[in-house]
Design a protein around this ligand. Structure first.
Ligand code: ATP
Length: 309
């Protein structure tokens, strides 16, 4: 099959950067296919930036390898930088250079610059390229970083928390840009701890935690992890089937307060319905946590909860 023969846009093989004391990135195995949009999620300090810097050849791995379109990120770093649109987590300082001079400088280094694209991007984000870099607000610096990453219409974008510092309107504009870039056939790898961002644009997500990849999943798959918070009100005077509820598999956090029961339902509702069959229920409210809450509960655990594989 053609897809199997295509060189991966990104490949990490047992990629490790050991900063000592358990910090860094460890044994990352990951493959991102051409034209895929991959979200790299994780809390602060999980190792997202470390991974991205390894992919860009900005730091060298302790062991293992990072490859971009089959190029070794360490050995072929110049060619990797040419082919990738990179948006760093921290925008570098360009002092008194004007926006347009920064564009020309980096465009010259890459050997390719698409002027109509630069103009269109600057207009789209309402960025004045005649201003000096040091006069830019942090939001404008981030906009310039976006222009720099997208201006040569790269086939792969590696974006480290791209919307940080952008106001909500510009965030929306950025999401639209991502969709268009993806529709035009580019591959996108973006790190984030904002789930809604990832939810909006990604095909697959990887979850990184303490330097280790704990899960890779299709976004749809994550949405199908069913956890519902349920509140059941039994008719006054009718018996609450407490022991049946407590012993039902898939029901957790069962709390009884008078004739009201709250619990969380993991997976199917069959067990719950069976447990309350025969009781007089006057109200049943079920709410599904957002993906955001799901991830938070996932990250809050001392150890990652097992997600279905
Ligand atoms: P954030 O969301 O806060 O940007 P991150 O997921 O990008 O976090 P990294 O910046 O990759 O995380 O950091 C991963 C871990 O490696 C952290 O514990 C960090 O303190 C540590 N680390 C990063 N760079 C270095 C360095 N140069 N020397 C020592 N430790 C480092």
């Amino acid at each position: 099959m053609l897809v199997e023969m295509a060189v991966a846009a990104i490949r990490a093989s047992r990629l490790t950067k050991d900063y000592g004391s358990g910090h860094g990135l460890f044994d990352l195995d990951l493959q991102v296919s051409p034209q895929e949009v991959f979200g790299f999620l994780g809390p602060n300090g999980a190792g997202k930036t470390t991974t991205i810097r390894l992919l860009m050849g900005l730091i060298h791995p302790t062991s293992g390898g990072a490859y971009v379109f089959g190029l070794d990120s360490g050995r072929d770093a110049v060619e990797v930088k040419r082919r990738v649109g990179y948006l760093p987590g921290d925008v570098p300082e360009f002092g008194s250079l004007r926006g347009s001079e920064v564009v020309a400088y980096l465009g010259g280094m890459r050997g390719r610059i698409d002027r109509p694209t630069v103009r269109a991007l600057a207009e789209r984000f309402d960025l004045d390229l005649n201003r000096r870099f040091r006069e830019y607000s942090s939001g404008n610096k981030q906009k310039l970083a976006i222009v720099l990453a997208f201006m040569h219409r790269p086939e792969l974008l590696i974006l480290d928390e791209p919307t940080s510092g952008l106001d909500p309107l510009n965030q929306q504009e950025f999401y639209a840009l991502l969709q268009e870039t993806r529709d035009a056939g580019a591959t996108i790898f973006l790190s984030s701890h904002v789930l809604s961002e990832v939810e909006r644009v990604c095909d697959r997500v990887g979850i990184l935690r303490s330097g280790r990849l704990v899960k890779v999943a299709q976004l749809d798959e994550l949405r199908h992890i069913r956890v519902h918070q349920v509140e059941i009100e039994f008719a006054p005077g009718s018996e609450v089937p407490e022991s049946r509820l407590r012993s039902t598999l898939g029901l957790e956090d069962v709390k009884v307060d008078g004739n009201v029961v709250t619990c969380s339902v993991h997976g199917s509702f069959d067990g719950l319905l069976h447990a309350i069959a025969g009781s007089k229920v006057t109200n049943l409210v079920s709410t599904e946590p957002s993906l955001e809450e799901l991830f938070l509960s996932f990250f809050d655990e001392p150890r990652p909860k097992a997600l279905p594989s």
